[in-house]
Design a protein around this ligand. Structure first.
Ligand code: ADP
Ligand code: MG
Length: 318
């Protein structure tokens, strides 16, 4: 018996919910739309991201990894706002109905949903080229939300973890069908990125501005500089590099590679004590990589001397 649209929804997507009452779901999957309520003193925060085969993931990526990544990239957007994620919808376009693929895809969604107590509350299922679009919603304290526009001259610029690992993972996959065990780490950073949700939440009241690094470190800190109407100086020698042998490639990946989903944020000097405490409480490396300045633009400095910037981030319509 072929599976029809409603069977697919019931079998693979109707049970991705937590028993957590704080999600306040009044109507979930099954009606024309979902109804939820948010805590009285909070604001709704919503983001959406699409993954297309061949653009956002290589064609042979497993269904599990595709689902994982589709949810993780959205979690990263809410993390960058300092928001608590709660509900998501899934628009799935499939070239064919493949039960093994759907079961694996559903498992990838389950994994992250359990980890972050997320609830799938609706979506749309259609036939077409493989494309996954997730809309994630949650809540945030409006007065504290982390925006790109809040950076102030004199703030220090920080980065969680290390950028460039996912880009190197993609390079490994492109170079050879078989990846070594060391390369596998980088491939997993590409396929199963970790959204820094807890870091985003703990930056509330500490950071002035924040962005998640999806297009590349330089490209994304440029967004902070532009939105905040200031400039950013990055210290070339402070930027953490992926652990790969070719140092030139490591630097290029770190500066321009996309898909890492680390957070870059700025913190005022007066908030350094709060930041230090936060750093003590997390296992994640947090590195000071630069400073917010008055002169517009992003400038890379090598021992105080300006150096040329490499190519900037990924741009779909270039
Ligand atoms: P409508 O025709 O009213 O748009 P649908 O037939 O598209 O309704 O969907 C029926 C129900 O199943 C709705 O509640 C919808 O949100 C949900 N749904 C459809 N596709 C998905 C999906 N891929 N994941 C989660 N829920 C889905
Ligand atoms: Mg519909």
């Amino acid at each position: 018996m072929p599976l029809l649209e409603f069977d697919i929804i019931r079998k693979y997507f109707s049970d991705i919910t937590t028993k957590d009452n704080s999600a306040n779901i009044h109507v979930g999957i099954g009606d024309d739309a979902a109804i939820v309520s948010i805590p009285e003193n909070k604001k709704l925060v919503v983001c959406t991201d699409t993954l297309n085969e061949g653009v956002h993931f290589p064609s042979h990526t497993s269904a599990y990894d595709i689902a994982y990544k589709a949810l993780a990239v959205n979690l990263s957007d809410l993390a960058a706002m300092g928001a608590m994620p709660k509900w998501f919808t899934l628009n799935l376009s499939l070239p064919e109905v493949n039960k093994d693929w759907l079961a694996d895809f559903s498992k990838g969604l389950q994994q992250l949903s359990r980890q972050y107590q997320l609830n799938l509350i609706g979506g749309d299922t259609t036939r077409g080229a493989l494309s996954i679009s997730i809309t994630l919603a949650g809540h945030v304290d409006n007065s504290q939300a982390l925006l790109r526009s809040g950076a102030k001259v004199g703030d220090k610029v920080y980065l969680s973890g290390c950028t460039g690992e996912a880009a190197y993972g993609l390079a490994c996959l492109s170079a050879s069908a078989v990846v070594s065990q060391t390369e596998q780490y980088f491939v997993s950073r590409l396929n199963q990125p970790t959204a820094r949700v807890n870091l985003g939440l703990s930056l509330l009241g500490v950071a002035n501005a924040c962005i998640d690094i999806s297009d590349g470190l330089v490209a994304d800190v440029t967004h902070i500089a532009e939105s905040s109407q200031c400039g950013i100086e990055l210290d070339l020698n402070a930027i953490p590099l992926p652990a790969i042998a070719d140092k030139e490639q490591a630097l290029e990946c770190a500066l321009s590679g996309g898909d890492d989903y680390e957070l870059a944020f700025t913190v005022a000097l007066s908030m350094q004590a709060g930041l230090k405490q936060l750093i003590r409480q997390t296992d994640l490396p947090i590195t000071c990589i630069g400073e917010v300045v008055a002169t517009p633009g992003v400038q890379l400095l090598d021992n105080g001397r300006p150096v040329d910037l490499p190519r900037t981030g990924y741009e779909h319509f270039k």
